[in-house]
Design a protein around this ligand. Structure first.
Ligand SMILES: Nc1nc2c(ncn2[C@@H]2O[C@H](COP(=O)(O)OP(=O)(O)O)[C@@H](O)[C@H]2O)c(=O)[nH]1
Ligand SMILES: [Mg+2]
Ligand SMILES: [Zn+2]
Length: 413
């Protein structure tokens, strides 16, 4: 067994554990590259200013960590640095200066590999997972990754929750949970703005359904988070329910879920028979291929790590207004410090509500698992017919995320 090191990381796509120094550095795929200069004596490429190669559908050659690294081969593969054939590091590299300040502490040893900041940014340098060969988030040099997965049936409300919660979090909403920084990774910032923030909060539109995408693992949304003074890269994915509900497709296309360190499990209340009877037909979602209690049981049973905090979260709580008159989870919390007592009250209310609408099985699965809290959110604040008038006004969307992050950080119950 090897000792733990500050360069230990886990691949957010395949879960492989590696050290930064074991990774090749490549030019981010999808950009055209040309050879321009060298780092540590190796040939490297520069991203062309245009995307013409990508738009003409030119594919980059398949990459492999065993590739020889002479200049001709590097030109063909986009590999900027390969530890297998690296020359000893040049201690004058700018990246090493950064390393020394970064790793100040008992071990101020020299790195035996160049940091991403050693490369010309125009090369779009990214480390590559030694196992699945996917390019890793750009901030992987600076902090470890922690996967938090948002899981639930198709059309349960996952994407709208993700958009609302992450936006409010990056606006400082998790401060009461001890989060002093929450900002999108450079690779995520523009995607998040275009696909989540603008439609929800500027155009006042609910997010449209998520297509089943076998490649979703390669499209993480990453946020740099500082919690209680420790920084990490929160990695999540907007997965379609279709990929999550079936054991086989979950294993093949969403393997990162089992490696999660935190789970927000979204429950769709329109699946509760007692509620269905009260809702107009247009608010009832399509028939689902699996019962959500069974999906919860399967997902919890597959988790790799022990004691992963799970926030069981009823979405679309605005639909429960008539059924749960007086419940505190229906309204947004009054501003001010969040207390454990308030969170406990909501958790108990939601648990009681689930039992009262015939969903005791969900509560039993959660109780048997142990580390679950219960929440209710409305990501839109209203049903779709009223968004155009009211705009999107999320209710309590930060609580599941805040509680999961706190429990991940503290190891407390
Ligand atoms: N009433 C209400 N409907 C919601 C809310 N959030 C999502 N929905 C509805 O649920 C549908 C599915 O949401 P989506 O986030 O795409 O679900 P996903 O498939 O789990 O990602 C949307 O089209 C909305 O109509 C909410 O807060 N309130
Ligand atoms: Mg979705
Ligand atoms: Zn990997």
């Amino acid at each position: 067994m090897r000792t733990r090191s500050t360069t230990d990381r886990e691949c957010p796509y395949c879960g492989h554990e590696f050290r930064l120094e074991e990774c090749c550095v490549v030019s981010k795929p999808g950009r055209r590259t040309r050879t321009v200069n060298a780092v540590h004596g190796q040939s490297v490429h520069q991203a062309a200013n245009s995307l013409d190669g990508a738009s003409r559908g030119e594919e980059e050659p398949a990459l492999s960590d065993s590739e020889p690294q002479n200049s001709t081969e590097a030109q063909q593969t986009g590999v900027l640095y390969n530890p297998a054939s690296a020359a000893p590091p040049d201690t004058k590299q700018a990246g090493l200066v950064k390393w020394l300040s970064w790793s100040s502490g008992p071990s101020t040893q020299m790195p035996t590999f160049p940091l991403l900041s050693s490369f010309d940014p125009a090369l779009l340098p990214r480390r590559r997972c030694p196992k699945c060969l996917e390019t890793l988030p750009v901030q992987i040099d600076d902090m470890p990754t922690r996967i938090v997965s948002i899981v639930g049936l198709n059309v349960a409300g996952k994407s709208n929750f993700l958009g609302a919660a992450m936006h409010l979090a990056r606006s400082g909403g998790l401060e009461e949970f001890g989060v002093t920084e929450f900002s999108a990774d450079p690779d995520t910032a523009t995607t998040f703005q275009a696909n989540y923030y603008l439609p929800l909060f500027r155009q006042g539109e609910e997010l449209k359904g998520t297509a089943k995408d076998w490649d979703v693992a390669r499209k993480p949304l990453s946020f740099s988070v500082t919690l209680d003074g420790s920084q990490f890269l929160l990695v999540t994915h907007d997965v379609s329910g279709e990929l999550l509900v079936d054991h086989d497709s979950r294993a093949i296309g969403a393997g990162f879920v089992r490696r999660s360190l935190g789970i927000v499990f979204i429950l769709d209340p329109t699946e509760f028979d007692d509620l269905r009877a009260t809702l107009p037909p247009e608010q009832l979602e399509v028939d689902r291929p699996i019962d959500q209690a069974e999906l919860l049981g399967q997902v919890l049973g597959e988790l790799t790590y022990r004691n992963v905090p799970v926030a069981i979260t009823i979405a679309k709580s605005d639909l429960l207004a008539k059924m749960c008159r007086g419940a505190s989870f229906l309204d947004d919390r009054t501003p001010g410090p969040v207390t454990t007592a308030q969170l406990q009250t909501v958790s108990d209310e939601v648990k009681d509500f689930l039992v009262s609408v015939g969903q005791k099985k969900i509560v039993d699965i959660a109780t048997a698992y142990g580390r679950c809290t219960f929440h209710a959110v409305s990501s839109l604040g209203t049903d779709k017919s009223h968004i155009a008038i009211r705009g999107v006004k999320p209710v309590r969307v930060l609580e599941p995320l805040g509680v999961v992050l706190r429990r991940m950080a503290s190891g407390l119950n």
